[in-house]
Design a protein. Structure first.
Length: 234
């Protein structure tokens, strides 16, 4: 589904990620883990087209998209759930979802919204409510739903559980599991190490923009030295 080859990326004169090699299989969940400032978000947003590539390339379904615009990447099936949700707070839940589907024909909007409502029934009760008036958990549901409106094959999720109550974290992870069970490929940036390891198939740990460890989630769970050194015990 996705291959990063020697990927280096960053902001103007600052390079946040160095020589990252990563292969993401179709239908898998990949967790990008590491401390704050390790390069996780930069990697995710580089895949989405919002952070400059400095070296290497990004291959998506065997096509080099290194120089593709963010919009063309969305059209090709890549969607991002950004850190902090970044909703349109004065727009309603329904309007935020409609905006999320802007690259798809309007005739598919109703079907897309129905799928989001099936995944997050709570949102169906709040369609006319402004996004800014939702709880943090409801906003995260809406951020995921907005991304799904573009009908992605690859979903990039940045800090899924950040700032959420445990019950809401459970709901969001159940949604991720359901989407993956239906065949969606997911890359998950997460600071909650144990939840990410439970959900993921493979793990890539970044430290100061470099790969510190890479392997299966099962191997990561069994490697206490790696967890203590790079991930802590959250």
């Amino acid at each position: 589904m996705l291959r990063l080859e020697g990927l280096g990326c960053g902001y103007r004169d600052m390079q946040a990620v160095h020589a990252l090699d990563l292969t993401v299989e179709k239908g898998s969940i990949t967790a990008l883990l590491g401390a704050n400032g390790a390069g996780k978000t930069s990697t995710l947003m580089c895949i989405a087209g919002h952070v400059e590539i400095k070296t290497g390339k990004i291959l998506y379904q065997e096509t080099d998209i290194s120089n593709a615009t963010p919009m063309s990447r969305v059209r090709s099936g890549i969607a991002v759930v950004p850190e902090g949700r970044r909703l349109f707070p004065r727009l309603s839940v329904k309007e935020n979802l409609i905006v999320g589907g802007y690259v798809r024909p309007k005739i598919r909007t109703a079907a897309g919204m129905a799928k989001v409502m099936d995944l997050f029934p709570r949102l169906s009760e709040r369609l006319d409510q402004t996004a800014g008036a939702l709880s943090g958990g409801e906003q995260q549901m809406l951020a995921i739903g907005r991304a799904l409106m573009s009908e992605p094959e690859l979903l990039l999720v940045d800090e899924l559980s950040l700032g959420l109550m445990p019950k809401m974290v459970d709901i969001c992870y159940e949604a991720i599991a359901a989407l993956n069970g239906a065949g969606m490929t997911i890359i998950l940036v997460e600071q909650s190490t144990h939840r990410a390891l439970e959900a993921a198939d493979q793990v890539c740990v970044l430290e100061s923009g470099h790969v510190a460890w890479k392997g299966s989630a099962r191997a990561a769970i069994g490697n206490q030295k790696m967890i203590d050194a790079f991930l802590g015990i959250r």
